[in-house]
Design a protein around this ligand. Structure first.
Ligand code: PLP
Length: 372
């Protein structure tokens, strides 16, 4: 039986892609903000319903660059959660800031906005919440707390491509939102990412940060790096964007099949999406009392679910001496129970049934909980 991974990169028809990159052979312009770059940027501004999109070579550097572009005091504290991909926390630390971990909510795994205010002090400069799994943070509460204390809000929206909240594109929230277009995400440009923002004043700073600080032909104005998206990646994005709505509706069918197969199984906890969200079905997280047993059983059957996000960042080898994981007990607890099951548009519904059958047999096994 073929291996089933947690996701599978969305690819257009090969002919569609070769047609899209034909122009590049004609012009020999293959990077440095060419036509494909500008075309994709504009398409995404429309699709995501945001004023400005700044394309980057990946989501991580988009995150680092937006942190740098906000002129936050060096060494200041940024409130975030440890229940995220390594990139979020590494970006904060690599830019010289100090992450302060806030706990998450058990119902959607996003930052518990009621706990943010107690973590704010004179050194706090920003809040960096994560729309984890495409669940939407309490953007209204977070915005109110930030306003009261004069803090910037930068969303790690890596998982939230195309998600709508209260009828609007979620990337509109905060001072900026960063999306990832990595191969494993709902929408990909092979590698890629973007900063979404509405304040035009951020535009030139972000542009310089991704292009060596170059402002004009003879003018290097600032100490920028290189985070440009090349034309081949932009062309992949243009092709994939044509099919994204189809992909998301196919994911929805997979999601609904999981729900119907697993609902009523009391050993399993699934949260689903909140009422104000139009989701992108990017992940299918499930909580198990004995997560590792289910993980092993699936792997033994060629099904590779992932323990996203285990361990939490405060338990990483590189951070464990700096943070106390007991301060975020909900995040710690969820990380030990969570497993994200395979989900992508072309996952066959028969495979979903088979995956669920294996899971149900495992959790109903007499000694399922005995090794804990
Ligand atoms: C994928 C991801 C990133 C980083 O994006 P890349 O495009 O892989 O650099 C950042 N944060 C989260 C939560 C992610 O899942």
């Amino acid at each position: 039986m073929d291996r089933i991974n947690v996701t599978r990169a969305l690819l257009p028809d090969l002919n569609e892609y070769t047609e899209e990159i034909r122009d590049l052979w004609d012009s020999h312009w293959i990077t440095n903000m060419g036509k494909k770059h500008d075309e994709l940027q504009e398409m995404l501004e429309n699709f995501l319903e945001v004023e400005h999109v700044d394309l980057c070579c990946n989501g991580h550097l988009a995150l680092e660059n937006v942190l740098e572009s906000m002129n936050l005091p060096s060494g200041s504290e940024i409130i975030t959660t440890p229940f995220t991909f390594a990139s979020t926390i590494h970006a904060i630390i690599r830019k010289g800031f100090k992450p302060v971990f806030c706990d998450i909510k058990a119902d959607d795994f996003t930052i518990d906005s009621s706990k943010i205010e107690s973590l704010i002090n004179g050194n706090t400069s920003a809040i960096l919440p994560v729309h984890v799994y495409g669940n939407v943070c309490d953007v209204d509460n977070i915005g109110a707390v930030a306003k009261k204390h004069g803090l910037k809000v930068i969303y790690d929206a890596a998982h939230a491509f195309g998600v709508k909240y209260k009828g609007q594109g979620v990337a509109r929230a905060g001072d900026a939102s960063v999306i990832s277009f990595h191969a494993t995400k709902v929408f990909n440009t092979i590698e890629g990412g973007a900063v979404c923002f509405s304040n035009k004043e951020l535009a030139s700073g972000l542009f310089e940060l991704k292009n060596f600080g170059i402002r004009g032909e003879d003018d290097v104005a600032s100490v920028g790096g290189n985070a440009k998206m090349n034309e081949f990646c932009a062309a992949m994005g243009i092709c994939n964007l044509r099919h994204i709505e189809d992909e998301i509706s196919k994911r929805k069918k997979v999601f609904e099949r999981y729900i119907s197969d697993l609902s009523g199984v009391e050993e399993i906890k699934i949260n689903g999406y909140g009422p104000d969200i139009v989701p992108n079905y990017s992940y299918f997280p499930v909580l198990f009392k004995n997560r590792d047993a289910v993980f092993e059983k699936l792997a033994g059957n060629g099904i590779y679910a992932r323990k996203y996000f285990y361990p939490i960042a405060s338990e990483y080898e590189c951070y464990k001496d700096l943070f106390a994981s007991e301060r975020t007990p909900v995040a710690l607890d969820i990380s030990r129970q969570v497993l994200t099951l395979p989900i992508y548009g072309d996952l066959a519904l028969d495979d979903v049934d088979r995956i669920c059958g294996i899971i149900i047999r495992e959790v109903k096994r007499k000694d399922y909980l005995s090794g804990l």
